[in-house]
Design a protein around this ligand. Structure first.
Ligand code: CA
Length: 233
């Protein structure tokens, strides 16, 4: 029975969500503030997924997601954005959200997105499947356990970091535009500012590069986007 933590300060909406998600068979806990949610989530295994509103009375949803990721908690986050603005959506992904839904939304769509995120997570980590691993230049990317190993070091990945890296690795040696990444990895197809991608690349370079300021694997392709190169000359 997946446990969903809903962080939403509008009580009617929160209770309506709880009612409907419980009817779907989920266990649901409500939190009215980001601070309360972070407290609950200090237990790493508290919930299976968080539905997180952006506009909250204290800390914003962006801040909550960011703090959770800083604390190396990789709980799937579905963010509820006030507007469908691309800036909000990208800020959410930059803070560590895995998916988003603009308000007002259709309950059936929310439920579908929750199932999708939970499925993607299982699909990344099925108990009996062989590990889905990619190794290059001493680094081992484990897409099942969502981590990169390099010597003694281990770097945890969010779902979105893993999805982006997998996308680039599968296209090794080919320059990929930011627009293509947004469309294929995030399913964002509108004309939009693509700088959020750069934040993800900065993070991935910290895990993949000996000198993140002088990348040799995750290369910037001027005027296009990025390119993953496994072997360096
Ligand atoms: Ca709110």
């Amino acid at each position: 029975m997946p446990h969903i933590l809903i962080v939403e300060d509008e009580r009617h909406l929160a209770q309506g969500l709880r009612f409907n998600l419980e009817a779907e068979g989920f266990t649901v806990t409500l939190a009215e503030t980001g601070e309360a949610a972070l407290e609950l989530l200090s237990n790493e295994h508290y919930a299976d997924l968080m539905v997180l509103d952006v506009m909250l009375p204290g800390k914003s949803g962006f801040e909550v997601a960011d703090e959770l990721r800083q604390a190396k908690n990789y709980l799937p986050i579905l963010m509820l954005t006030a507007r469908a603005s691309a800036e909000d959506v990208l800020a959410g992904f930059a803070a560590g959200a895995d998916d988003y839904l603009p308000k007002p939304f259709d309950l059936a769509i929310l439920v579908a997105r929750i199932h999708g995120l939970l499925r993607r997570r299982q699909w990344l980590a099925p108990a009996d499947a062989p590990p889905d691993v990619y190794a290059f230049q001493g680094r081992v990317v484990d897409f099942t356990r969502l981590e990169i190993q390099y010597g003694e070091r281990r770097y945890p990945l969010t779902l979105m970091e893993a999805n982006l890296l997998r996308y680039l690795v599968q296209r090794e040696g080919r320059p990929i535009s930011r627009k293509a990444m947004l469309a294929e990895v995030w399913d964002l197809r509108e004309e939009t500012d693509t700088r959020a991608i750069d934040n993800f690349i900065v993070r991935l370079r910290k895990y993949l590069e000996d000198e993140p300021a002088h990348p040799r694997h995750l290369l910037t392709v001027r005027g296009v986007g990025y390119q993953f190169v496994a072997k360096t000359p």
